[in-house]
Design a protein around this ligand. Structure first.
Ligand SMILES: Cc1cc2nc3c(=O)[nH]c(=O)nc-3n(C[C@H](O)[C@H](O)[C@H](O)COP(=O)(O)OP(=O)(O)OC[C@H]3O[C@@H](n4cnc5c(N)ncnc54)[C@H](O)[C@@H]3O)c2cc1C
Length: 408
């Protein structure tokens, strides 16, 4: 009998995990099914570019998985019963159920209104393709001089503000940051950020915690009002509520708690990767929601599942960070080098070289989805055992000679 592996979600994490599993396990031994709501792979890291009017290369999933043995099911996942090992999903033919032996949960995340009044009604988001397209359409109708406020001074907010200001120099673009501009970066990184924001004419509102969004302005918690014909919400991501509705052990925000092999700490048949998972990185710090974390998480999960099914060696490469790659429009960038646990070190790369590097990282991320073995030949191994149903198995130590690179 074939071992049934179901992968939920074909974003960076899910698509890589499915493709890698297919290249690690013999086709006659496993049935690998990917369930995804959309027919193509969405490069979420480029949603600010899409919103700014750029067109992205279509990447149909059926072409990506062609010849790999992975079956693609276009359906919306409605829920998971992790005790009965059943996924409930709806496709064009209606609602149905899929049974699994091993589940890889990779449904990603969406925007996070953080419950701020008016955000859901008035703000635009770029966490998803529909959101980015809606903003794109709205921006196209703005007249010169109208105000756009990006709320959120994190990586996505910085990228969105600079991309929009570069694409539409006629607009009055501002950024509202909770703290100081790029305050987690090195002094050189912060300096470069200020320079580029100045060159692009972006107004920066620091220590500006937005507490309300209205149709034509945002209001901060200390009473400042910032005019905004359009408000772009970029205050981090929230996971879908599906995992929280299961008996899986999740965090307060609904991310699935996993061990170092990306296996659920409560349900050994379930693995979680990407934004949906809560995994520890170096220094006991949780990995941040990013494609940079999701990619090595997917390698780790696929290799661990394959090892457990074939009696091979469990991966023990630690997940670590090297840099944060920030696009600042198409012509400028900032590569902030970091410690293994993601703290800024003095070194940075800036300017056109940094922009080119960041573009290479984005292209590399998409290439890695289609080439999940990183160009290494597939070595399909025979499934010899079913995974042991022991909950809370000790995870391999987070150490080892080789590290899994994490680049934003
Ligand atoms: C504008 C922007 C810029 C970013 N820039 C960077 C960057 O430079 N570097 C970086 O590392 N990260 C960046 N990120 C974050 C990064 O995009 C995410 O962390 C990453 O996409 C997470 O990967 P994932 O596979 O977990 O989820 P996703 O990429 O979100 O994939 C989830 C998949 O699940 C599918 N899905 C969701 N719900 C369902 C359902 N109910 N049924 C069926 N299918 C479903 C979706 O269609 C999607 O295919 C950026 C994000 C944004 C929005």
């Amino acid at each position: 009998m074939q071992h049934r592996i179901i992968v939920l979600g074909a974003g960076y994490a899910g698509a890589i995990a499915a493709g890698r599993l297919a290249r690690r396990l013999r086709r006659e031994d496993v049935a690998i099914t990917v369930v995804n709501a959309e027919p193509d792979f969405v490069e979420r890291v480029r949603m600010h570019q899409l919103a700014a009017g750029q067109d992205l290369k279509p990447r149909p999933l059926n072409e990506m998985f062609a010849g790999t043995g992975v079956e693609l099911r276009l359906a919306k996942v409605d829920g998971v019963d992790v005790d009965r090992k059943i996924v409930a999903a709806t496709d064009d033919n209606g609602a149905g159920e899929l049974a699994y032996d091993t589940l890889v949960y990779a449904l990603g995340s969406g925007w996070n209104s953080r419950g701020v009044p008016g955000a859901a009604e008035h703000a635009y988001q770029i966490a998803s393709r529909p959101g980015a397209l809606r903003l794109r359409e709205r921006l196209a109708r703005l007249d010169a001089g109208q105000a756009v406020v990006v709320v959120g001074g994190g990586l996505t907010g910085l990228e969105a503000a600079t991309e929009l200001a570069e694409a539409r120099p006629d607009l009055d673009v501002a950024l509202a940051a909770h703290g100081g501009l790029g305050d987690w970066l090195s002094p050189k990184g912060r300096q470069h950020l200020r320079k580029v924001f100045g060159q692009l004419g972006i107004t920066v509102h620091e220590q500006a915690a937005v507490a309300g969004v209205e149709a034509d302005r945002v209001v901060t918690d200390d009473g400042r009002a910032i005019a905004a014909a359009v408000t772009v919400w970029a205050t981090g991501f929230a996971v879908h509520p599906i995992a929280k509705a299961t008996t899986l052990e999740v965090t307060g925000t609904g991310r699935i708690v996993v061990d170092a092999t990306m296996r659920s700490v409560s349900h050994p048949d379930v693995y979680a990767i990407g934004d949906a998972a809560f995994a520890m990185g170096r220094g006991g710090k949780p990995l941040r929601m990013s494609c940079a974390s999701g990619t090595p998480m997917a390698w780790q999960a696929a290799d661990a599942i394959a090892a457990r099914l074939t009696g091979g060696k469990l991966p023990n490469a630690p997940l670590r960070y090297f840099n944060q790659c920030i696009s600042l429009g198409r012509k400028e960038g900032l590569i902030q080098y970091v410690t293994a646990d993601d703290r800024a070190v003095p070194a940075v790369l800036t300017g056109r070289l940094a922009a080119a590097y960041k573009e290479l990282v984005c292209k590399g991320a998409a290439w890695g989805v289609a080439n999940p073995m990183l160009g290494l030949p597939a070595r399909r191994r025979r499934v010899t055992r079913q995974p042991a149903p022991a909950a809370r198995q000790p995870a391999p130590a987070v150490r080892g000679p080789e590290s899994r690179s994490v680049r934003r």
